[in-house]
Design a protein around this ligand. Structure first.
Ligand SMILES: Nc1ncnc2c1ncn2[C@@H]1O[C@H](COP(=O)(O)OP(=O)(O)OP(=O)(O)O)[C@@H](O)[C@H]1O
Ligand SMILES: [Mg+2]
Length: 210
């Protein structure tokens, strides 16, 4: 069974103090887990630890059945002149799909992210929300074992962010483990489970008891 398990995780950088401590995780495919906490609480750091790119200072991460990892960052990054559709089709072709079938499948995926009407537009002509939804659609097409999404609405105004939050549940896939770092309460609400780093701050607990 594919899973990411974190055992008693803790991390700090020189000069940051403990970002989080005593964090146990169990994340399995099928859900969309929101990783929340204030700016600087260690959300992006924990994504890197989950990915295996950063070693936790304490505890350990167990990754079961994970070969491919995908990322969606806060700044949508595409190829200016390529159409929106191409971004998704190319992800499918890269996995060995045939042109016609890939295009059909890409159109279906894009429709579920409300991108039908912009499929033929070049990337540079997309709005911020469209571009970010396209990044999510492409991530779904790539179907990585582990999908990490960092602040998908950070650069967007409220209305545009809402169009991204509306489709967030659609990135859940039967076989992918999905974690979304965010401090947007609407993004959090669009996810199926929440891990709040504020609950794992050593100073937070002391503060609450004082
Ligand atoms: N490589 C590093 N070296 C030293 N300090 C770092 C490093 N990476 C992150 N930090 C610090 O660790 C803290 C947590 O950073 P992180 O990026 O994980 O926070 P975050 O919760 O994602 O914040 P935001 O919501 O602003 O994206 C911050 O104070 C940051 O400055
Ligand atoms: Mg961050």
């Amino acid at each position: 069974m594919r899973a990411v398990l974190g055992h008693d995780l803790g991390h700090s950088f020189p000069g940051t103090g403990e970002l989080f401590t005593g964090l146990d995780l169990e994340i399995v495919p099928g859900e969309v887990v929101a990783l929340v906490g204030p700016s600087g609480s260690g959300k992006s750091t924990l994504l890197s630890i989950i990915a295996g790119w950063e070693q936790p200072r304490a505890g350990r991460v167990e990754r079961r059945g994970i070969v491919t990892t995908g990322w969606v960052f806060q700044n949508p990054h595409g190829v200016a002149r390529r159409t929106a559709l191409d971004h998704v089709v190319l992800a499918l072709l890269a996995q060995g799909g045939r042109r016609r079938l890939s295009e059909e499948r890409a159109r279906r995926i894009m429709a579920s992210f409300n991108l039908e009407s912009v499929a033929q537009r070049p990337f540079r002509a997309l709005s911020g929300g469209e571009a970010q939804r396209l990044m999510l659609a492409r991530a779904v097409a790539l179907a990585p074992d582990l999908l990490l999404v960092d602040e998908p609405t950070a650069q967007l105004d409220m209305h545009t962010a809402a169009t991204v939050n509306e489709v967030l549940a659609k990135i859940a896939q039967d076989n992918s483990i999905v974690v979304v770092a965010t401090h947007d309460p609407h993004t959090r609400d669009a996810c199926s489970r929440v891990i709040d780093l504020a609950s794992y701050q050593a100073t937070g607990v002391e503060g609450a008891l004082a």
